[in-house]
Design a protein around this ligand. Structure first.
Ligand code: GLV
Length: 321
């Protein structure tokens, strides 16, 4: 029997390919850079399934170019690059990788927070630059984390995992979401539900964990920076466009807030002009889920998503939530 044809749009862990190979005839764009759009549109013409990344826009143009497509599995928890209603309208199943990257993403959010608060990156550059002349009571002073207030915007799986870690730092935790969490989740995490403006005014660290959609695009911009404390930090390991990056550069340069730590950018892989020269910004290249263990789990889950959709023919393999 002919195997369904699948396109894998990027190099992925071997464990992912090992799962796919017995079931599918694979075309693999086995590179560390995004598949060019033209090549993608050409390659999907005869494909039944697509294992894609957050750098591939799965939009009406792509769907029109892929008449046989029945399943799209993204190697990511985020699916803002996929037009899910357009896929549903054409009967194309969409799956993602929720859950398996929650802890590594929450860990990395804290790595960003700590790096910004305690000036780890500046300290490293100081050492390598041969500037360290001995211990100095006023050298590279940062900001305390313990006992401060953490504001979590978006209280889903990852937001809650970030909040959980704040307990170890005896922090007060505020959160904002469109929906209030269940009372037992609030109690377990010692987190208080507050309006967004109150969170922005009160928090020493504001950490963003919402999905990107039309309601959250530029949720954090000039207005938010105007409300935040001058001593506050912004952390974003969710999606770049939730923060108005040009407004952030203005806020950092004017010291309207004390610092920021970013893992995501509005127009990845580019950064807003001026951001790279902000001494008070810690900048990471979208690494939050980048551990060996997590990337293997994501690859396995992404492969299982395609197998569910194309082989097991689960009527409802949708995981996007
Ligand atoms: C990474 O950003 C993801 O959505 O998995």
């Amino acid at each position: 029997m002919l195997k369904p044809k699948v396109l894998v749009t990027r190099r992925v862990p071997e464990e992912c390919l090992d799962l796919l190979k017995p079931h599918f005839e694979l075309e693999h764009y086995n590179k560390g850079t995004a598949i060019p759009r033209k090549r993608l549109l050409k390659s999907v013409k005869d494909k039944d399934g697509l294992l894609c990344l957050l750098t591939d826009a799965i939009d009406p143009e792509l769907l029109a170019a892929a008449p046989r497509l029945k399943a799209v599995s993204t190697f990511s928890v985020g699916y803002d690059h996929i037009d899910v209603p357009a896929c549903a309208a054409r009967g194309v199943a969409v799956t993602n990788t929720p859950g398996v990257l929650t802890e590594s993403t929450a860990d990395f959010t804290w790595a960003l927070l700590m790096a910004a608060a305690r000036r780890v990156v500046e300290g490293d550059a100081y050492m390598r630059g041969g500037k360290y002349k001995g211990w100095d009571p006023l050298m590279l002073l940062g900001t305390d984390v313990s006992g401060k207030t953490l504001g979590v915007i978006g209280f889903g799986r990852i937001g809650q995992a970030v909040a959980k870690r704040a307990g170890g730092f005896s922090m007060r935790v505020l959160y904002y979401d469109t929906r209030r969490a269940a009372p037992d989740a609030e109690a377990a995490l010692n987190a208080a539900f507050v309006p967004l403006d109150e969170l922005l005014r009160e928090s020493d660290y504001v950490s963003v964990h919402t999905v990107l959609d039309e309601d959250t695009r530029h949720l954090i911009g000039d207005r938010a920076f105007g409300l935040m404390k001058k001593s506050a930090y912004l952390i974003n390991a969710a999606r770049g466009p939730i923060v108005d990056e040009k407004a952030l550069v203005r806020a950092l340069k004017a010291e309207r807030i004390r610092g920021a730590a970013l893992d995501v950018y509005e127009r990845e892989p580019k950064m807003a002009p001026g951001l790279a020269s902000c001494r008070n910004a810690v900048l990471a290249p979208h690494l939050a889920s980048a551990t060996l263990e997590t990337r293997v789990k994501m690859g396995v889950m992404a492969a299982e998503g395609l197998i569910d959709g194309l082989v097991r023919k689960l009527r409802s393999p949708y995981r996007v939530d």
